[in-house]
Design a protein around this ligand. Sequence first.
Ligand code: IPE
Ligand code: IPE
Ligand code: MG
Ligand code: MG
Ligand code: MG
Length: 293
Amino acid sequence: MNEILQNYSKKVDERLNKLFDLKGIPELLRNAMSYSVFAGGKRLRPALNLMANRMAGGIQEETLDIACALEMIHTYSLIHDDLPAMDNDAMRRGKPTNHVVFGEGHAILAGDALLNFAYETMLQNALKHSKNMQNHVKAIKIIADAAGPKGMIAGQSCDIEFEGKQQSKDELEYVHNHKTGAMITASLLSGIIICSPSHEQIGAVIAYGERIGLVFQIVDDILDEAGEASKMGKSTRKDQQAEKLTYPKLYGLEESYKLAERLTGESVAALSIFGDKAHELVALASFLLVRNH
Ligand code: IPE
Ligand code: IPE
Ligand code: MG
Ligand code: MG
Ligand code: MG
């Protein structure tokens, strides 16, 4: 799986490099944007988009810009997540965080710029594939819903609001499904929607995405408590310090892992209608459960 992910990363990075050959914008802004995008993330969301697209019989060229846009939105969310006003983190992707290097003002602006540039990139791509325009608009709408106030931002809002408070299991699941799960499901769905999938295929991909999305954040919580900062490229033991609501806090490490295991099994089962074509996403689900960074 490491090798498969590296191959996808390489394709995504080649396209990102082309997209970030930005002319006519202030150098400081361009540097602040590029710094975090090229700091070395796992490129999971683009990989999900490209894998799902392949599973549905798509043409990779048609979704590569969408995959890059997903990474831009994800990177912007990390830059803002690390700000002193949010999680106040000093390390990300093995480097000092954006605001530590460029100052808070430019970290905020680099995030704003990445979010807008993501939509610019996807709209430009839709115009390029105008024969399939309706499906491209659907893909962009899926991503906008997931990134916005009904999705990731809702999760981030509650994540902050719930700090230091006693909350229920349902509220914890809500936070994780929104702050992380929404973009993970949207990454997959936007990859297949441009292939005019059936209702059954859409349902299967949503069922898979929702489960691995939750698993991804449960494992992130586990790694924050029990992982190695040097492997992860970001500080650990921060959630407890900030009195965050996490799975290990509510269920303990062992129970959290068992839950993640069960969800992984369910996620794989959901893809059965795709048969052998689902092999990459099936392997990825198990990989996400045992990741150490
Ligand atoms: C970190 O995401 C934020 C979460 C949603 C847990 P990743 O673990 O995918 O971070 P990168 O992209 O590899 O840096
Ligand atoms: C971040 O969750 C989710 C988003 C950025 C939307 P975390 O705050 O747990 O992510 P890390 O641990 O800082 O990567
Ligand atoms: Mg956070
Ligand atoms: Mg954080
Ligand atoms: Mg975390």
